[in-house]
Design a protein. Structure first.
Length: 77
């Protein structure tokens, strides 16, 4: 990513090579986003299959932006 970002910054605006570099960087960002989304999906699917019940408890503090989340799992019996 660093290499592609650097190559984009070195190109001149409104040139074809800049459009190519921008497209390559955009594809890389999309690929990274897809990898992260897939990893999260695999984790949650794994947890849902391994545990019978998943309860999510949230507490409402005065600072709503920093909501702590407590997840409690119970094993299948």
């Amino acid at each position: 990513m660093q290499r592609l970002s650097r190559s984009l910054s070195r190109t001149q605006k409104s040139y074809a090579n800049r459009k190519k570099a921008k497209g390559k960087l955009a594809r890389l960002h999309a690929r990274i986003a897809n990898i992260r989304s897939d990893a999260l999906h695999q984790l949650t699917t794994n947890l849902a299959r391994r545990f019978h019940r998943c309860n999510i408890f949230t507490e409402m503090p005065s600072n709503v932006a920093a909501l702590p989340v407590l997840i409690v799992f119970s094993m299948k019996q």
